[in-house]
Design a protein around this ligand. Structure first.
Ligand SMILES: [Zn+2]
Length: 389
């Protein structure tokens, strides 16, 4: 029998349900009914239906669980020394990825799984209830496939990123590496992946190579997403829009034509402000994208090189403080936006029927997520109708 749980005494409930108004579908002095794993009802506390159990949240704010649509969590080692060097003047380049590739190849399955589980738990404590996990630090048939097999243990949103960087053994033969990625590596990885991705950037893969990789992935049944326009202007955003990809991520250096393409294609632009923060680089122009009507998501890009934060609340604070997003726009981008970037409509909001993934904040309002940066405001996390311990 399905059990029902009523969360009541919610001072401020951001449902992200448009029937309760845009942009956040906000209800005050509210209640939320969970039946099984799903949200069954939201509304005023005084009209709440009966339930098997009820918890009074004492005026706390409740928001949907965060949807982190971009993370690289299967790796070994860290690059703290590289970070320290960067902070004292060495610029970031895509080549640092190779350091993590060497450490990851040398690690055991158990070591990689333990690090992944640790990071996912760290994310959950900060309110993330859906996370995408990429491969991309193995770069051999065996190592990419095992990264995805391990990632599948923690999420359905697994992404094959063999085209992350050309590994050292193919330095003189990048075309040969693309053949490997689109041939035997894809064949070994496709059963364990939902998505395919490529790093379309100077120093990584050019537009033709990225197109080849994405086309091969599509033929193998994988949906496409792309890293693009992070370190400088480039063709990646327009390629993503032309191919109708679900999301294109970074979007730091955009031309007017790039913005137009995003607005007309419906491809979600995922902004990763933790990267700019951690590499001391200029932030993407979120206001320009929002003004043009582009769908925007926020994600961490958690990885050991360019951004080793797992914190969606930090990304919300940066989006507000450094990219000029309103707190409401930032919360929407971190929840419903992330869901859109994964092609999901069952998470990222709290309308009836949604998965009951939510955060009880140690604060009276979601505004505190940006207003109190660095403060652990996540008091409880519920995922699939159960409070996570
Ligand atoms: Zn990334």
């Amino acid at each position: 029998m399905t059990t029902s749980v009523l969360l009541t005494g919610i001072g401020e409930l951001a449902t992200l349900d448009p029937r309760h108004g845009e942009p956040l579908g906000m209800l005050f002095d509210a209640a939320l009914l969970i039946e099984g794993t799903r949200v069954a009802w939201t509304g005023p506390r005084t009209q709440a239906p009966a339930a098997d159990a009820a918890y009074d949240l004492g005026g706390s704010a409740v928001v949907p669980g965060f949807v982190d649509s971009h993370a690289h969590l299967v790796f070994a080692g860290d690059r703290a020394e590289e970070f320290a060097a960067r902070m004292t003047g060495t610029p970031y380049s895509a080549g640092g990825i190779r350091t993590t590739v060497a450490a990851t190849r040398a690690a055991s399955d158990d070591q990689l799984a333990a690090n992944l589980v640790r990071l996912v738990a760290e994310m959950q404590r900060q309110g993330t209830t859906t996370v995408e996990v990429k491969s991309g630090y193995g770069l051999t048939v065996r190592d990419e496939a095992r990264a995805l097999r391990i990632a599948q243990q923690v999420t359905d949103e697994t992404t094959f990123l063999g085209a992350h960087v050309v590994p050292p053994e193919y330095a003189d033969d990048p075309a040969g590496y693309v053949e490997l990625v689109t041939g035997p590596m894809l064949e070994a990885c496709a059963p364990h992946a939902k998505w395919i991705d490529a790093f379309c950037e100077r120093g990584a893969f050019d537009a033709d190579q990225a197109r080849t990789v994405l086309a091969a992935g599509a033929a193998a049944g994988l949906r496409g997403r792309l890293h693009a326009n992070q370190l400088g202007p480039g063709p990646g955003v327009q390629l993503a829009c032309e191919l109708g990809l679900t999301a294109v991520d970074h979007c730091t250096y955009l031309s007017d034509a790039d913005v137009d393409a995003l607005a007309s294609s419906g491809t979600v632009a995922t902004l990763l402000p933790g990267v700019e923060f951690s590499t001391r680089s200029p932030y993407p122009d979120a206001r320009r994208l929002l003004a043009a009507g582009v769908s925007v998501a926020l994600a961490t890009d958690c990885n050991p090189g360019s951004c080793y934060t797992s914190s969606m609340p930090l990304c919300i604070a940066l989006a507000v403080r450094e990219m000029g997003m309103s707190p409401a726009e930032a919360l929407a981008a971190a929840t419903r936006g992330g869901a859109a970037a994964l092609g999901r409509d069952d998470v990222g909001h709290l309308a009836p029927g949604a998965r009951a993934d939510l955060i009880v904040l140690d604060a009276p309002s979601y505004l505190h997520l940006a207003y109190r940066p660095g403060v652990p405001l996540v008091r409880q996390v519920w995922r699939g109708g159960r409070e996570l311990g």
